[in-house]
Design a binder for this molecule. Structure first.
Ligand code: ADP
Ligand code: 5GP
Length: 211
């Protein structure tokens, strides 16, 4: 069995990454989300173990010392990290894994997994990004400002990613994102190692054709 592929998805906060990732995971088989650890407080609808593992700073530091993270970073005002074992186990079972991580984390993972496929989600405009963040209502004004200040720097990183999706109309962006995953799955290397029975492609030695 071939190893799964690793997909890294990054975006400035509010671009729609969580929304798109959740649609993607609902619509494709053999694709799983890596649940990160964070020291941020949960939002009202967020579930421990599904959206994030919500941990204290002390727990996070312990995990760093234990070398439990594939990557970790301070993003906005909190710590976020990807559990190494969780990701490696899924990949070794042939499952494709989606990492929803920031640009610093993406840089670290790219070094360890040069084959990772990187996707950047952009909002259609700065104005829309601000509106979406405000409408989501998950941050107070000060925290919103930090996220927007970081967004300026994060958007500059887009050129380091293999693919870009502009999330204007949700359905179109979703279809584009899904197409990227589907196209990667049709790479010859993958098809040859997982789907094709090469024996079935050989002609029967007794057939009229071989005589
Ligand atoms: P991120 O995970 O990138 O911070 P979210 O997925 O939480 O962003 O999206 C931010 C807000 O924008 C949410 O309230 C979400 O419902 C909304 N949203 C996402 N994509 C679109 C879209 N294409 N059109 C309109 N609103 C959107
Ligand atoms: P949020 O607080 O809005 O859920 O996420 C804030 C930012 O942290 C987003 O850019 C998200 O991609 C990033 N993030 C989430 N999990 C991780 C992680 O495990 N590692 C890193 N480096 N960033 C993460």
């Amino acid at each position: 069995m071939d190893r799964g592929d690793l997909f890294i998805i990054s975006a400035p906060s509010g671009a729609g990454k969580t929304t798109l990732c959740s649609m993607l995971l609902d619509s494709l088989d053999n694709l799983e989300f890596s649940v990160s650890h964070t020291t941020r407080s949960p939002r009202p609808h967020e579930v421990h173990g599904k959206d994030y593992f919500f941990v204290t700073e002390e727990e996070f530091e312990r995990l760093i010392k234990e070398d439990a993270f594939l990557e970790w970073a301070r993003v906005h005002e909190n710590f976020y990290g990807t559990g190494r074992d969780q990701v490696l186990e899924k990949l070794s079972k042939g499952i494709d894994v989606v990492l929803d991580i920031d640009v610093q984390g993406a840089r670290q993972v790219r070094e360890k997994f040069p084959g990772a496929i990187t996707i950047f989600i952009l909002p259609p405009s700065w104005k829309v990004l601000e509106e979406r963040l405000m409408a989501r209502g998950s941050e107070d004004r000060e925290r919103l400002k930090v996220r927007l200040q970081n967004a300026l720097k994060e958007i500059e990183e887009v050129t380091n990613y293999h693919y870009t999706v502009v999330n204007d109309k949700l359905d179109l962006a979703f279809n584009q994102l899904k197409s990227i995953i589907l196209a990667e799955r049709q790479k010859t290397r993958r098809v040859l190692t997982s789907e094709i029975d090469l024996e079935a492609l050989k002609p029967d030695p007794n057939s009229w054709f071989m005589a």
